[in-house]
Each structure stands twice: as C-alpha cells, then as structure tokens.
Design a protein around this ligand. Sequence first.
Ligand code: ATP
Ligand code: MG
Length: 206
Amino acid sequence: MTDKNDQKQQDLNAEHKAKMQQQQAEVRERVRAAKEKRGTLIVITGNGKGKSTSGFGTITRALGYDLKTAVVQYVKGTWPCGERDLLQKMGVPFHVMGTGFTWDTQDREKDIAAAKDAWEASKKFLQDPDIHVLLLDELTYMLTYEYLDLDEVLEALANRPENMTVVVTGRGAHPRLVELADTVSEVQAVKHAFEAGIKARKGVDW
Ligand code: ATP
Ligand code: MG
C-alpha cells in the first residue's frame, strides 16, 4: 500500500518537474524575444477598486530605486489622500486639480478651467526626460467629459520621452486611449464593501 503511494508521489513529482522545465523554457524564450527597451503607457480602468492604488504602487516602486516620478491628480483634489501626503513629504512633484467632485461643484466652466491647469502641469511633466514614471490619476474622466482635447492629450502621451512610463487611471477609458496604450488592465468589481453598507476607511480607501 505504502509502496504504491510512494510510487504515485514519485510519478507526480516527475510529471511536475517535466511540466516546470517546459514552462521555464517557454518563459525564457519569451523573455529573450522581448528586445525593445522603452517606457510604456499603462491604462488601469474598469469599475472595480484598485486603479489609483495600482498607479501609486508603480510610483513607489520607482521611488524604491530613487527614480524620478511625478503625479497629477484629476478630479478628487479636495479629498484627503494618504499617498499624496506621503509623496509630497518625499518631494515628489504633485499637481492637484482641486475642484472636488463634479456633482459637488456643479460648475462646468470652473471644472474645465481646473482641468486645463492640471493638463498644463501634465504637459510639462510629459516633456521632462528625467521622469521615469508619471501618474495621471483619474485622467480618463477629463476625456469622457470632453474637458480636454482628446487629440492633444493623445499626441502629448505618444510624444513623451522614450524612457518615461505613464500610468493613466480612471473608469471608462476612451477607446483611442486604450488603442494607444501598451498595457491596459480592466479592474472588475466582483464585490465592493460599500455595496454592503460598509463605510470607506482612511488608509485603505483614501
Ligand atoms: P482605489 O483608490 O482604492 O484604488 P479606484 O481608484 O479603483 O480605487 P475610484 O473609482 O477612483 O476607484 O474610486 C475611489 C474610491 O471609491 C475609493 O475609495 C474606492 O474604495 C471606492 N470605490 C472603488 N470602486 C468602487 C465600487 N465599485 N463601489 C464602491 N466604491 C468604490
Ligand atoms: Mg481612483
């Protein structure tokens, strides 16, 4: 009985090893095949939680290697934000649109002016070849509300310095932004605590 079990375990181990060797060869081949070295345009969209935290995660990843970063926050400037407080303390350049939620301000002209200011700051960052990662948090809404000119934004993103990676977050990414991007992830809302009546938490949700 035990011998039979031992044999079965040995067979499973051998099978696993063969599979892993095959997988390793495939991964190595794909890593070898990727030759291009440049920054990318990453879009994190969808209705689930995790878009801005992913963008800020990439900023902190770059900071871990002492690389230069910058952040522009569209829309939620009047909200507290843990990452903003931390990164500003670390000297990361930060531009905040600062009008709060569209449904609170109810002033389209003011929102557009603030969006344009934030875009001017973004354009400056997009021309700085020393920036390794630039986060344009919640930029997608500026394009869907047509607060910013889509062609101008796409052109500036496309013409950024070669080594700069830009992370754009926000729901409902425009199809042309998706087309231009190198990496696009859609965060799906399988569940969200808020739907069950659980309050958003400091240090977790903002
Ligand atoms: P986070 O900043 O936590 O990564 P996010 O950037 O993906 O979230 P946003 O649409 O920018 O999501 O919304 C920001 C706030 O709304 C966060 O506090 C987040 O927890 C909350 N939120 C995100 N998705 C949902 C959802 N599906 N239902 C309710 N609240 C949500
Ligand atoms: Mg967000």
